[in-house]
Design a protein around this ligand. Structure first.
Ligand SMILES: Nc1nc2c(ncn2[C@@H]2O[C@H](COP(=O)(O)OP(=O)(O)O)[C@@H](O)[C@H]2O)c(=O)[nH]1
Ligand SMILES: Nc1ncnc2c1ncn2[C@@H]1O[C@H](COP(=O)(O)OP(=O)(O)O)[C@@H](O)[C@H]1O
Length: 205
């Protein structure tokens, strides 16, 4: 049986650069994580594609998935549901592939409760002024939504203590390098390496 893959969870406030850092990470030829596409009830932004950026569904359909136990986690964030379909994550982990989730903090805490051996990384902004400026410059949300996101951000940043690692997204390439280093060291943790190592030594030990 293949060794179970590693679950890598990246969270952080809206606008900190999670999507940008994730894209840069996935463009790196050394990185071979499988990205779990989330489901959401929010309307697609211009350029976003169903089944690529998100699975865009109605509120009713989302609630049906919850009721059927098909979500690994889900949360309401600024008036919409967001969640991780369970099936894909389990299939990939069982096949030995590492799976990468990019989700907000309430969902990440639900995952942590069920998957304590995952790696939990919090992406932080250099400061709140920069966070607001990134949300404004992205130009995807109106001012009311931006203000709600900033309010949510201040609560989210206090939840950072529930994560294993904090990465400051000052420069994209640095954040990417730090995430790669974190994952590299996680792979060397004794509890991950030991079962295979002992088996490889043979029966005499
Ligand atoms: N709990 C949970 N949060 C998610 C999921 N997918 C995305 N999110 C988070 O929901 C928040 C809002 O996402 P979105 O509307 O795409 O805005 P953006 O991340 O600021 O571009 C962000 O913090 C996302 O990381 C998911 O499957 N579950
Ligand atoms: N390290 C960075 N320095 C400057 N701008 C950044 C950085 N990372 C992301 N951005 C910009 O900030 C905005 C928000 O980034 P995005 O990836 O959409 O954030 P999130 O997915 O966390 O909501 C985008 O306009 C993006 O180009």
């Amino acid at each position: 049986m293949a060794k179970r893959g590693m679950l890598i969870v990246l969270s952080g406030p809206s606008g900190v650069g999670k999507g940008t850092v994730r894209k840069a990470l996935f463009e790196d030829p050394q990185v071979d994580f499988n990205y779990s596409i989330s489901m959401t009830t929010r309307t697609p932004r211009s350029g976003e594609q169903n089944g690529v950026d998100y699975y865009f569904v109605s509120k009713q359909a989302f609630e049906e998935h919850i009721k059927n136990g098909e979500m690994l986690e889900y949360a309401k964030y600024v008036d919409n549901y967001y969640g991780t379909p369970l099936k894909y994550v389990n299939q990939q982990l069982d096949a030995g592939h590492d799976v990468f989730l990019e989700i907000e903090v309430n969902g990440a805490l639900q995952v942590r409760a069920n998957c304590p051996d995952g790696v939990y990384i919090f992406l932080t902004p250099p400061d709140i002024k920069e966070l607001r400026s990134r949300l404004l410059h992205r130009g995807t949300d109106d001012l009311t939504v931006i203000n709600k996101r900033i309010q949510t951000a201040s609560k989210e940043i206090r939840m950072m203590q529930n994560y294993d690692y904090a990465v400051v997204n000052d420069k994209i390439s640095n954040a990417v390098a730090e995430i790669k280093n974190i994952v590299k060291s996680e792979r060397l943790k004794v509890n991950r390496v030991m079962p295979d190592y002992l088996t490889s030594l043979g029966d005499e030990i």
